[in-house]
Design a protein around this ligand. Structure first.
Ligand code: IPM
Ligand code: MG
Length: 358
């Protein structure tokens, strides 16, 4: 078997600590299960700004292109907030997504049965929850031009951004979503604001057209405001959701809380060939950085997604996911998912527990 290469980008805040736990799992799979994976670390975000002045140094982008897979922690923090928005850590993340053409962002929201009590919703509303949100990741208002803040003739400042999607951009992410729906329960709900925004009316029409190629999939459409309400009211009505970059950002945070904690949810960002970058959906949590409090499970599960979707090791992916389940069965919890009668662990100890359960 040829050895694959992984670029590891720990980033900022809790990023280095959570990524370190995923690497423990990686080493265990290498030593005990013959996983052929080498990794090297690179700089992104605030860490890269401090070292090079650029949130995405050219060396990082070329290392990412040369690697088979990228594992990312998180970027950003108060230290870099005074910088201009165009050079902040977050811009490094957006640039690597665009640079690698990672247009399809898969964000599963799965409730581990052991955590039903950790959700703020009633257990019967969330029990068995298993949603897949497919977020378009390289277009829309995040990247649209023109953008900026200008001075009007009146002297008043005006901020502006542009929501823009070409047919091709909509079509390719729609295909990803339909293909996923085929492998799941064959239901796909496309989210838009077609009653107000022309761009998302086009979104609806193009998804409808792509749907003609997938007669086996039941396609429905929903306005984003209603979707937000329905996700809280009756989330199990959804299976696969497909939506644009900004709606996907917001709805995936919402969906994560159905599962108890945003600290549990991994993501995969894929290009046309299925090559990808894997990262927890949560941020860098600067408030708890360096305190051994962060939940590393989202990052460990991101590694599992990498094993499944890019490294073609579905068996090892399942083992990692089962190890996480076993740790939860043992009553071990980080602070964010703690409940009565459970044993609280720090980031490091949770990483060790997952390795022990492998
Ligand atoms: C996410 C994050 C990012 C985004 C930020 C950090 C730029 O919120 O991955 O969901 O908005 O895409
Ligand atoms: Mg987000």
């Amino acid at each position: 078997m040829t050895t694959k290469k992984m670029l590891v980008l720990p980033g900022d805040g809790i990023g280095p600590a959570i990524v370190a736990q995923a690497l423990k799992v990686c080493r265990a799979l290498r030593d005990r299960d013959g996983l052929c994976l080498d990794y090297e670390e690179g700089l992104i975000g605030g860490a890269a700004i401090d070292a090079t002045g650029d949130p995405l140094p050219e060396a990082t982008l070329s290392a990412a292109r040369a690697a088979d897979v990228v594992l990312l922690g998180a970027v950003g923090g108060p230290k870099w907030e005074p910088l201009d928005i165009s050079v902040r850590p977050e811009r490094g993340l957006l640039r690597i997504r665009a640079g690698l053409e990672l247009f399809a962002n898969l964000r599963p929201a799965i409730l581990y049965p052991q955590l039903a009590a950790a959700s703020t919703l009633k257990p019967e509303v969330v029990a068995g929850l298993d949603i897949m949100i497919v977020r378009e990741l390289t277009g829309g208002i995040y990247f649209g031009e023109p953008r900026g803040v200008r001075r009007l003739a009146s002297g008043e400042r005006q901020g502006y951004n542009t929501e823009v999607y070409s047919e091709g951009e909509i079509r390719r992410v729609a295909h990803t979503a339909f293909e996923l729906a085929l492998k799941r329960s064959r239901r796909l709900c496309s989210i838009d604001k077609a009653n107000v925004l022309e761009c998302t009316e086009l979104w609806r029409n193009v998804v409808e057209e792509v749907g003609c190629e997938y007669p086996q999939v039941a396609l429905s459409h929903m306005y984003v405001d209603n979707c937000a309400m329905q996700l809280v009211r009756a989330p199990k009505q959804f299976d696969v959701i497909v939506t644009n970059n900004m709606f996907g950002d917001i709805l995936s945070d919402l969906a994560s809380m159905l599962t108890g904690s945003i600290g549990m949810l991994p993501s995969a960002s894929l290009d046309e060939q299925g090559k990808g970058m894997y990262e927890p959906i949560h941020g860098s949590a600067p408030d708890i950085a360096g305190r051994d409090l962060a939940n590393p499970i989202a990052t460990v599960l991101s590694l599992a997604m990498a094993l499944r979707y890019t490294l073609n090791e579905p068996g090892l992916a399942a083992r990692v996911e089962q190890a996480v389940g076993r740790v939860l069965d043992q009553g071990l919890r980080t602070a964010d998912i703690m409940s009565d009668g459970m044993r609280k662990l720090g980031t490091e100890a949770m990483g060790d527990a997952i390795v022990a359960a492998l």
